[in-house]
Structures are given as C-alpha cells and as structure tokens.
Design a protein around this ligand. Sequence first.
Ligand code: SF4
Ligand code: SF4
Length: 387
Amino acid sequence: MMQENLPEILFDSSYVSEIEERVYKQTMEQRAMGRKIVGIYCAFTPKELLAAADAIPVSLCGGSEKPFPVAEQYLPANLCPLIKSSYGHAVADTCPYFHMVDFLLADATCDGKKKMFELLQRLKPLHLLLLPQSPVPEESLDYWEKELYKVIAFLEKNTGNAITQDNLRKQIQVYNRLRRTVENVFQLNTHDIPWVFGSEIDAITSMGGFECDIEARIAEMETAMEKIRHRSLSGRFLAQMQKRPKLLLTGCPNTNKKVLHLIEKVGGVVAAMETCGGLKSTGRLVDEGDEPIRALAEKYLNVACSCMTPNSQRIEIIGELIDRFKVHGVIELTWTACHTYNVEAFLVREAVEQRFERPYMQILTDYSQNDVGQLETRIGAFLEMLG
Ligand code: SF4
Ligand code: SF4
C-alpha cells in the first residue's frame, strides 16, 4: 500500500482559508450596506433566485463532529452526521455563517433533514420548499415551478427587492459560467494520467462560504487551472500520478473530507466526484433560451439525489463519468443513517460492477476519526486490487 505525502500539492485548506477570509470581509461590508444573507442546505435550492433578489447565499451543511453533543440534546444520536452537525452548529451558535444569515431556504428532501428544519425554524425565519418526490412525470415539474414562485414571493418580501426577468437572466448566465468553470477544473482529469488531486479540486472549486462575488471566484478558479496546467508539464509530477489508480467518488455530500483525503493519502486519485458540490449538480446548465423560472425548475428538479424516486439518472451520470474520466474503480461514500443513499448503494454497486464493469467499494462511516485506521486498510486493499 502506497503511503506518502501528496507530491507538489498546490491547493489545500490554507488556500481555502485565504478565500474564506476575503469573502467573509467582503460579505460583511455588503451586509452593512443592506444586502441580505440567506442560508441554504441543498443542491435543489435555485441560487439564481437569491442572487436576483440581491441576496447572498451561503451553504450551511456542517462537516464537523464537534457540535454532536449539543445536537444530540435535541436530535437522536443515530441520525446522519450532516444533519446533526448542521443543527448542532446552529443551536449552539458556533457557526459564523449561520450567525450572520437573515433567513433560511430549506428543501424537504430526506426525512431527517425535513424534521430537523422544524426545529431550525425556531432559530431563524425559514421557508421550506416542498420538493416533489420524483423528477417525473410532467406534473412534478409544474408543481415545482409553482414552488419556485412561492420562493420568489418569500424573497421579494424579505429582501425588499423585486426579482426582475432581466436580473434573473443575468444570474442564470453567471451561475452557468460558474458551472462551466467547475466542469473545466474536473476536465483536467480526463487525461489518462490525472493532472490534479480530488482534494485540490475540492479546494479550487470551494465557494469559500458566502457567494457574494461569483465572478471573482470564477477568475480565481481560472488562475488555479493555469497553475495546474503548468505543473502538469513537469514529467516528475506526472510520473508520480501515473502510479495512482483513478477513482470516481460517489454518494453522500462530501461535507467531511475524511474519506476523500484518505483515498489520496493511501495512493489513489479521486479524479471525479459524483456528489453535491461535485459533478452531480454542475453537469447540466440552466437553459438560457427558455422562460427563466421554467428553465430553473427543470434544472433543479433534475438533481440526481437519492431522495428522488426513481433516481435512474444518477446511474446514467455515474456511467458517463466512468467513461469520460477513464476511472479504474468507484468508491461510494455513505454517511451512517443516510437511508436513501445506503439503500440506493445496492443499485449503484450492481450497475458499476455488472454494467460498467468496474470494481466498487462502499464506505459507510460518520465524521469521527475512530475508524480511520480500519478505513486506510480497506481502501489500501481496494487500491491494490485495482493494480
Ligand atoms: S444529497 Fe440530496 S439532500 Fe443532500 S444536499 Fe445533495 S441534493 Fe440535497
Ligand atoms: S446525507 Fe443523506 S441523510 Fe444526510 S442530509 Fe443528505 S440525504 Fe439526508
């Protein structure tokens, strides 16, 4: 099993910290001038609507186990760590982002999140988007479009700003540019030898908290890509990368980086991620030629989340990513007590092994460090098997 420091790593947590610091300062200045901050929890939330109301979105999904003790005073201990972390930070007021938000937009996705939001609305004003259970048939889309009109009314009332068609079209273009840029970062790994570590992609594509200046983040991602391209000219770097199996990481949101970092620590490269924040939500653009609300409804209803039934499009996305990134194997991350992803793992394994003919491994874990040694051994054995 290969155990080494990652060679010539350019983008890590210190790179993200610098962005977070700058974005935080910038957001506080804009908040002082009257811009509202909106906390969100899910890839189903159409951020273009928030931006068109001149509000600043911030994702509040927690990735740390620190707030578990306080969360467990309100929630069952055997709940998904993402939900416990998000709620624990909120109720203990230990998250600077949650502290700053004016109100929340939440989506009725999995049962745990839905019920947690009932408690969360005691802390901040919250609007719940009642997500349909299925991306088909057409009635789901009509229903979802109506939900988006309710969001518009909520945002206009709480920000005092009208959401005009012009603003909305402009924000759709901005977020589409962001999606294309994130895609381009991942695209660097479609070569036979990967050019960039998954942990670096995670750092490069991080929004740094508040999404107050998307254009600036796009420019920074482009600069980062230039540096990556330059590094890939080094024969030594590519020689090291060539030894590493390429993997697709799928499953629950990668909110806690334990598994991502372990895979690369023991000798793999996460070439692509079919997760929220990765390629699950960036793959398809909002149709700029369509009526904007309908186009947003279509795009956001088609997030390949396991809360949806059927969710066959996720299998298709996984197959497409396996081919495009030429990965040697697939690792599925499922957080404990995430019933939807854990149940869906059966279908994913079946498709990966039988239809796409790649080795598959599921990792069921939480945010604690207790199982790190055991996971290193398991991941190492999987990578060795990939050769
Ligand atoms: S996995 Fe599903 S519920 Fe969780 S953030 Fe993504 S879209 Fe939302
Ligand atoms: S990881 Fe699973 S259980 Fe946790 S919030 Fe997302 S869908 Fe719900």
